[in-house]
Design a protein around this ligand. Structure first.
Ligand code: GLC
Length: 576
């Protein structure tokens, strides 16, 4: 019996009754409006939805060839519904040579045979409708595969009509590229083409030539790609690498920094090939196309600060509805002060926040925040944090069971090309992309065949089947907090009010909704903490808190004598 289950059984009689009830509860009536509708507060479906990222290679393998696929995803939509997920974002599942595991797209309007067919896609959308799970696709706007028919034509001659669909330039001979720009994946961002004696530009791998978004024909063709999928029932897109769409036409050199980054090249201030103002013009137009289908646009928006993030919403909320706040993912320690600062920045900016803990490019939260001995408690703590904040959360598959990062140990095992290039400083992203852990059978129930990446050794204890049986598991905690989020209006609409802003140990806040509020207190330390709450300035002076959800083993008692166990979560309702 896992240790946490044993502890749970011993302590179950001490738990406050409400916590047990919440743990047993099924997802009930959700307050999330349907697509195209708004709720009484004027909020749309994506504002109350919980999104969940699926990396298709690694989620569920429907045909037992070791690589996940759409049939596999379809078979798990019921699981996701029960978990409390409203929409899934599937990373690219289009035909691709898989140099960048799907981010090198060779046909935007089809499904890669290893993931299935368009008919499988349509079945997934239908099943999603039955389960109330919307489908979001990845829109790789910045580049195509070098095997895409557009690039093959473009490359065929300097006079081809598609030549100007990509960024071709003369260099100074074949050895000297047009300027000093480096690829985000290492070395020069220019690749020489011997047949036509010019260089083409690639932000990422040389197999991913950048599209020329200054060409109106490119824009039209790409907008039509989104229309193709909207017609097939897609509810929106996650826009890949959106800050890289435009480059300075004069190709001015970027300033080099003194520091070298993991591929040995100098770090650059990417002032001439990233975040150019033209990006916002395209986003406004793309939004108009999305609005015709009540669709949502999520952005992969890496920004240096909140002001740049804010710009992605558009001055009149006419660009991205959901630009991801990656600044939140950069808070890499359990620091109440840093989280507070980050949350206040985004919330005060007036944008609708979009929080995530990790994704297919960012090491898993379980390992980033875990201290090695309280990792499961910390996984619940970080879940409680970003799932009780105002805004829209995007979960990453496996986070709900506490999947750990599982990096390759030897360079010969690395699959992600940047891991081969940057080893050992940069080990690549295989660690956060290992197969979903469904049960404790071989290959974690992901596939009957050897998976494309080895499963993490943690699958014996951290898997869906085992955790479903354990009321104290991370999985059941996620279900409980998501249920609360869907069913309690204060969780969705309540105003965020920071409490005890000088406390360096406990992060606490209210979500105030009229004459009631939800109090969230998160002990971010390994010691018991006794926070003092004075809620009189919010009008809740004499409130008797009613615990809605807690990970405490003993009854928390009254607010005055509240003692928070190490890394514990305390969520309670207070009324005026
Ligand atoms: C995006 C994707 C990443 C990919 C890169 C280049 O950043 O999230 O996985 O490698 O684009 O295609």
């Amino acid at each position: 019996m896992p240790r946490i289950t044993l502890v749970f059984l011993l302590c179950v009689s001490l738990l406050p009754a409400h916590a047990q009830q919440v743990n047993k509860a099924k997802q009930g009536k959700s307050l999330t409006p349907k697509r195209g509708q708004t709720d009484a507060h004027g909020h749309q479906w994506w504002q109350h939805a919980v999104f969940y990222e699926v990396y298709p290679r690694s989620f569920a393998d429907g045909n037992d060839d070791g690589v996940g696929d759409l049939k596999g995803i379809t078979s798990k939509l019921g699981y996701l519904r029960d978990l409390g997920v409203d929409a899934i974002w599937i990373t690219p599942c289009f035909p691709s040579p898989q140099v960048d595991f799907g981010y090198d797209v060779s046909d935007f309007e089809n499904i890669d045979p290893q993931y299935g067919t368009l008919a499988d896609f349509d079945r997934m959308v239908q099943e999603g409708r039955k389960q109330n799970v919307e489908i979001i696709l990845d829109f790789v706007m910045n580049d195509t595969s070098d095997k895409h028919k557009w690039f093959i034509e473009s490359k065929s001659s300097r006079h081809n009509p598609k030549r100007d669909w990509y960024v071709w330039r003369d260099g100074h001979g074949r050895e000297q590229p047009p300027n000093n720009w480096t690829s985000l994946f290492g070395h020069s961002a220019w690749k020489w083409d011997d047949a036509t004696k010019q260089f083409y530009y690639h932000t990422f791998y040389p197999e991913q030539p950048d599209l020329n978004w200054r060409n109106p024909a490119v824009k039209q063709a790409m907008f039509d790609v989104t229309r193709f999928w909207y017609k097939r029932g897609v509810a929106g897109f996650r826009l890949d690498a959106v800050d890289n769409l435009f480059e300075d036409p004069e190709l001015k050199d970027n300033p080099n920094q003194a520091e070298k980054y993991q591929y040995g090249d100098p770090e650059q201030d990417r002032i001439h090939n990233s975040n150019l103002p033209e990006v916002h013009v395209v986003l406004k137009e793309l939004r108009k196309v999305a609005d015709e289908s009540h669709a949502v646009l999520i952005g992969e928006t890496w920004t240096a600060d909140v002001a740049a993030l804010k710009a992605y919403y558009g001055e009149h909320d006419n660009e991205l509805q959901l630009p991801m706040d990656f600044l939140f993912t950069q808070v890499n320690k359990l620091s109440p002060a840093e989280f507070r600062k980050q949350m206040a920045g985004v919330i005060d900016s007036g944008g609708w926040p979009v929080y995530l803990l990790s994704n297919h490019d960012i090491p898993r939260a379980y390992s980033r925040y875990g201290d090695g001995s309280h990792n499961d408690a910390i996984a619940k703590l970080t879940a409680a944090l970003y799932l009780t904040l105002p805004g829209t959360p995007i979960m990453y598959y496996g986070e709900e069971i506490g999947m750990a990062n599982s990096e390759p140990k030897r360079i010969e095992d690395v699959k992600d090309p940047i891991g081969k290039l940057g080893w050992p400083k940069e080990k690549g992203r295989d660690g956060e992309r290992t197969p979903m852990q469904w049960n404790d059978s071989p290959n974690a129930g992901f596939s009957a065949a050897a998976p494309w990446l080895p499963v993490s050794p943690s699958y014996k204890t951290h898997n869906v089947a085992t955790e479903q049986q354990d009321p104290d598991s991370i999985l059941n905690f996620y279900r409980s907090v998501l249920k609360l989020r869907h069913e309690d209006a204060a969780m969705l609409e309540g105003k965020y009010v920071a409490l005890n802003e000088k406390d360096n140990n406990v992060l606490s806040y209210l979500r105030v909704d009229g004459d009631r509020a939800i109090l969230v207190a998160l002990n971010m330390t390994g010691e018991a903490q006794k926070p003092a709450f004075d809620l009189s300035s919010q009008g809740f002076a004499d409130a008797q808190p009613k615990v809605l959800l807690t990970t405490m083993k003993s009854g928390p008692g009254s607010l005055d004598s509240l003692s928070l166990e190490p890394f514990s979560v305390y969520i309670a309702e207070v009324k005026k």
